[in-house]
Design a protein around this ligand. Sequence first.
Ligand code: SF4
Ligand code: SF4
Length: 114
Amino acid sequence: MPWVVTRLCRDNVDTACAGECPVDCFYIPNEPGGKYPNQLMISPDECIDCGACEPACPWEAIFQDDSVPAPFQDDIAVNAKCDEDRDAFTNAEEKDNHKPSPEEVAANKKKWGL
Ligand code: SF4
Ligand code: SF4
């Protein structure tokens, strides 16, 4: 059962998750914000359901596919695009990016209707 990056990641993309994944199955669009949104995606074909990424995500953006909140259901299909259209994606690498405050995390959830 694959895990899913939801839109809580959008335009945040701190990549903390990518360093935790034992099978390197996080992908980023080659043109973020173009055909696909500026967020990471998990390959449903490659995810081994280990759950290691979820606690590493400071934006609380990652869910198991049967637990994705209702406002984010469309994001399950968005993640699958990194398998269906692999040439449009690159494997994501962890970088040292901004870590949000609790206030920023709460404001981001509110913005996306959670
Ligand atoms: S659940 Fe495990 S295998 Fe799947 S994306 Fe997260 S860290 Fe990678
Ligand atoms: S840690 Fe969470 S918010 Fe950051 S890039 Fe990964 S999924 Fe996106």
